[in-house]
Design a protein around this ligand. Structure first.
Ligand code: GLC
Length: 706
């Protein structure tokens, strides 16, 4: 069952409008202009611009809509787009962080809040969700997605599309048009260098990297953004194979495709065209409907189409898609927004939604001897570290219209809410050579019973263009860590980052480690509530954390390889080849026990289902949230298949002493893989179903597909 966007209900009206349009007006609908300072108002009045980006506020949005609706010949409203990547004014945890909640409802809720706030900014088109599968945290944009796994990434993609396209009860139309991106394969940017070539075997591409885009499409996303990159040598923005044959002919996408920023013109830099006119023709013919800001459609399409009936037909097809989306969004009836809009932002319920997601996505990575939660027992703690009281550095990778002053820092929250006494010392910056701040640490710590060190990566280091060749904490923060751990006090380290870091030194030096991510406006309150035990950590990793940058790419769904690990364990001379923290990993303040996996049948025919069950017992005296994860292995297959693949998860709350039964029911198609001919197939033979706390579980039962 899919909610795939269907253009048919809008096509008659769209065709009626199209029939009245001049070629210049048609091309105008395919032009997105992204710079208000350079916007030509005559072009606007002549209907030469159909979409805008980077419109600063609702007043300007209304003014631009007014020109489009009331001063152009046909009154076609504008799509007004914006990057609302993790919230609008109410900033949420960055998407990779939110994904760690394994709570699809909270993820959807976050995007619904974001879409509602964006609506009141005059934005009706959101360039999200970014869903590129990524297995290389050197790539700064891994922070924008849902991690390394196609099954979970697809679930998150669907939830985020639903959230953005939440229906506004006042209009009966979506608050925003979602735009899944970056189609496709952008997460494969070579060596984590943004914008580089993306090369991968077709089986892994179609089997592991492309399904998330299909999921977003099936969830009803009305638009899609073509990516900057080449994919196996083909620039996607000019590729009929990806933009038409796969996306439309095969998957049935009926929404619109917008290029990434100037990526139509950039086809010339890929050296697949030798002129802007050629780029315009290649991209439009490939299926890229709107040119984001490069100007080559505006410059060349009219003259080209006049000489080329096929291109003219392509123009008409593209215009119809754009018009259908604008009609579906209700923009003709509801183009303007309330300019008295401050009341819609950062409301109590919006902040609560951000805090709830933040508390659910933070991951307890280590907790020796029950160091956490911190007791309200009158003891004194030294709070220190460059990110403990940082606002701007914790704005997330696309803070957009957020305001640093709205961020609750960890220092704010611990001072206000925690009920413990604190000393505070910044200690050092995130990088540099100034050690002067560290010298007071020993003296202050001497009067304290424990240390809370808040370190990590400022948000500016991740995101677009945010590649790093070294994912360690860096020299200065590591030196300070060493100093703090030498003070012989219980050391709790909170790591704030938008992406995986290679933090083996943090793990070995700290009694407890909490991953706070880039956690949005409620970062401090969420960290404080978890450190103090008012809430119990329940996040799990949607992406692998390496010990060393040199291990990358490192992910759980790897092939077995020909030399078994039990016989040939060493893969590196200088590093343990296992992850520091594996996919799906996360601790709680309690403890649980999993029963053996049981199956409802051991011999299964193709048309049947199989149900795998476990009971999960809370063996502690605190309530825990457990993300029960199911993985499968096709034991013998005609091509090598991953040792494990996620096929189910359920986040449950278990009271102390309580035992809960969790079951997953699968059809055989859930275990399909791409055979040598790249056809999805399920072969008879033994399958193993694993159910456990993370991707390293060996708790499994087998069945035979006959
Ligand atoms: C950027 C990004 C894309 C964003 C677009 C518009 O370069 O690649 O994700 O939506 O331009 O800002």
């Amino acid at each position: 069952m899919t909610n795939k966007f269907k253009a048919a209900p809008y096509m008659e009206r769209a065709n009626d409008i199209l029939s009245k349009m001049t070629l210049s007006e048609k091309v105008g609908q395919l032009v997105l202009f992204g710079s208000m300072s350079q916007l030509n108002m005559d072009d606007m009045r002549q209907g030469k611009i159909g979409s805008l980006l980077n419109v600063p506020d609702v007043k300007t949005a209304n003014a631009m809509q007014k020109i489009a609706v009331e001063e152009t010949r046909l009154g076609i409203p504008l799509l007004i787009g914006h990057d609302v990547v993790h919230g609008d004014r109410t900033l949420f945890p960055v998407p990779l962080a939110g994904s760690a909640s394994f709570d699809l409802e909270k993820i959807e809720r976050a995007e619904a809040v974001a879409a509602k706030e964006a609506y009141h900014e005059g934005i009706n088109w959101i360039y999200s969700p970014m869903i590129d599968i990524a297995r290389d945290p050197r790539w700064g944009r891994i922070a924008e997605g849902a991690g390394e796994d196609k099954f979970y990434g697809s679930k998150v993609a669907s939830a985020r599309v639903r959230g953005f396209q939440t229906i506004n009860p006042d209009t009966g139309k979506p608050y925003a048009c979602a735009c899944f991106k970056h189609y496709c394969g952008y997460g494969l940017s070579e060596a984590g260098r943004d914008y580089e070539a993306c090369d991968i075997g077709e089986r892994t591409l179609y089997g592991e990297y492309l399904p998330v885009y299909k999921a977003a499409l099936d969830a009803g996303s009305m638009s899609c953004m073509s990516s900057f990159n080449t994919l196996n040598g083909i620039p996607v923005t000019g590729s009929k194979k990806y933009l038409t044959e796969l996306l439309r002919d095969n998957w049935g996408f009926e929404g619109l495709v917008v290029s990434d920023w100037e990526s139509v013109m950039e086809l010339i830099y890929h050296r697949v065209t030798s002129s802007d006119a050629e780029s315009a023709k290649l991209a439009l013919s490939a299926g890229c409907d709107i040119d984001m800001h490069s100007g080559v459609y505006s410059e060349h399409l009219e003259a080209l189409a006049k000489e080329d009936t096929e291109l003219m037909a392509a123009v008409d097809r593209a215009v119809l898609r754009v018009l259908c989306v604008k009609i579906a969004m209700g923009l003709f009836e509801d183009p303007y927004r309330d300019e008295d809009n401050e009341k819609y932002f950062l409301t109590k319920e919006h902040r609560e939604a951000s805090r709830s997601l933040a508390e659910s996505c933070m991951v307890l990575l280590k907790n020796e001897d029950g160091t956490l939660p911190i007791k309200r027992d009158g003891k004194k703690w030294l709070l220190t570290g460059p990110l403990a009281d940082a606002r701007f550095e914790n704005m997330g990778i696309w803070g957009g219209r957020g305001n640093p002053e709205t961020i609750v820092t960890i220092k704010d929250a611990l001072e206000k809410e925690s009920g413990i006494s604190l000393e505070y010392l910044k200690g050092c910056e995130v990088e540099g050579n100034d050690r002067s701040g560290m010298k007071n640490a020993a003296r202050l710590a001497a009067g304290c019973d424990g240390i809370i060190y808040v370190c990590g990566e400022p948000c500016q280091w991740a995101g677009e263009g945010g590649g790093r060749t070294d994912l360690s904490l860096g020299a200065l923060q590591s030196e300070y860590l060493k100093l703090l751990s030498s003070l012989r006090k219980p050391l709790v380290t909170v790591v704030l980052t938008a992406r995986p870091l290679a933090i083996e030194n943090v793990h070995s030096s700290s009694r407890a480690v909490l991953l706070g991510w880039q956690g949005g406006v409620e970062l401090g309150n969420a960290v404080a509530s978890l450190l103090m035990g008012d809430k119990s950590p329940s996040g799990r990793l949607p992406v692998t954390f390496p010990r060393s940058t040199g291990q990358i790419p490192l992910y759980y769904a790897n092939l077995s390889g020909g030399r078994p690990r039990w016989k040939y364990p060493r893969r590196y001379r200088d590093c343990d080849s296992s992850p520091l923290y594996p996919f799906g990993y996360g601790l709680t303040y309690g403890s649980v026990e999993y029963s053996k996996v049981t199956l409802d049948k051991e011999r299964v025919t193709r048309g049947e289902t199989v149900t795998a069950s476990v009971s999960v017992k809370n063996t502690s005296d605190v309530k825990v949230s457990e993300v029960v994860q199911a993985y499968f292995r096709d034991v013998v297959s005609s091509v090598a298949t991953p040792e494990k693949l996620l096929c189910g998860f359920e986040k449950i709350e278990i009271e102390p002493g309580e035992e809960k039964n969790v079951s997953f029911t699968f059809e055989m198609s859930d275990f399909a893989f791409l055979n040598e001919k790249l056809e999805y197939t399920v072969e008879p033979g033994e399958f193993m179903l694993f159910i456990g706390a993370d991707s390293t579980t060996e708790n499994a039962a087998s069945f035979e597909l006959v």
